[in-house]
Design a protein around this ligand. Structure first.
Ligand code: SAM
Length: 285
């Protein structure tokens, strides 16, 4: 795999282009072949597939994706790295580099009617908003997402009801995809070294739709409940949706959910049941 995972080479390459890395864009590059190999194994790509990579950096993952996939589309925000990528990806005709903020891309348009795999060491500054986008807006076009994120984000993604890490992101991941924590990645495998550890998570967005046509309603219930974690769901839902406590207790009886519980203990099917019942009452008003 060679040069792109050698810290000395990376340092000289960046110096040669006069680049000082920017923290705000999470510019910590992977310099460990073993981790690159593990990410490739997790993504299991063949040459009939198109892959999107967010934040290719200098191309350590991109080169390996290009060797396996039919096509790679790499989206990089930093114009200075676009010139580096021209050099490091020169021999790979199947890579298209797009100079853009990944938040501004229309992934449906990129998919051109097909499906895409997503493989990325996600920039920490936009990792969570991008995951929301991929799982809410674009999950039909991604067959698999293999993402490196900060360890604490990965822990929130796979958290189960009742725990400290369980929140809106956990509900979204569990609602939209089969989500697996694959392995941890220590700070020592990056150049420069970040202060935090990372982890690689794989998502397969193939879940049946639990709340057809009312996904926005579902997430408004989830968000309202997690905005006041310490309160009972009775008090939170009363304050947010203006239903009387009597109506809510009655609804809890139908759903088989004790309204004295805290929201952080609710499972995804329980959130779906509550959404259904709350919006039934609201739509009759
Ligand atoms: N993929 C490379 C690797 O693993 O070595 C680099 C990963 S580095 C953690 C994140 C990369 O994302 C950087 O190249 C950074 O410039 C880029 N980036 C940061 N914010 C971005 C955004 N909003 N859209 C696209 N790229 C972004």
């Amino acid at each position: 795999m060679g040069k792109l995972t050698s810290p000395g080479y990376v340092s000289r390459l960046l110096a040669g282009h006069g680049i000082r890395l920017k923290k705000k864009w999470g510019q910590n590059f992977l310099v460990d072949e073993n981790i690159v190999d593990k990410i490739m194994a997790a993504a299991d790509i063949d040459n009939s597939e198109s892959v999107v990579e967010i934040g290719p950096g200098i191309g350590a993952l991109t080169v390996q994706l290009a060797k396996r996939a039919g096509k790679v589309i790499a989206v990089e925000i930093d114009a200075r790295l676009i010139s580096v990528l021209k050099e490091t990806l020169a021999e790979y005709a199947n890579v298209e580099v797009i100079h853009s903020d990944a938040m501004d891309i229309d992934y449906e348009e990129l998919s051109a009617g097909g499906t895409l795999k997503l493989v990325a060491n996600l920039p920490y500054n936009v990792a969570t908003p991008l995951l929301y986008r991929f799982l809410k807006q674009y999950r039909d076009i991604f067959s698999v997402l293999v993402c490196m994120v900060q360890k604490e984000v990965a822990e929130r993604m796979v958290a189960l009801p009742g725990g400290r890490d369980y929140g809106t992101l956990s509900v979204l991941c569990s609602y939209a995809a089969q989500t697996e924590m694959l392995f941890n990645v220590p700070g020592t495998v990056f150049f420069p070294r970040p202060d935090v550890a990372s982890a690689v998570v794989r998502l397969r967005p193939d879940r049946p739709v639990l709340v057809p046509g009312s996904e926005d309603a579902f997430f408004s219930v989830v968000e309202s409940v997690f905005s006041q974690r310490r309160k009972t769901i009775l008090n939170t839902l009363h304050a947010t949706f203006g239903l009387s406590k009597e109506e809510l207790l009655n609804l809890g009886g139908i759903a088989g959910i004790d309204m004295a519980r805290r929201g952080e203990t609710l499972s995804v099917p329980e959130f779906a049941k509550l959404t259904h019942l709350i919006y039934n009452i609201l739509s009759d008003r």
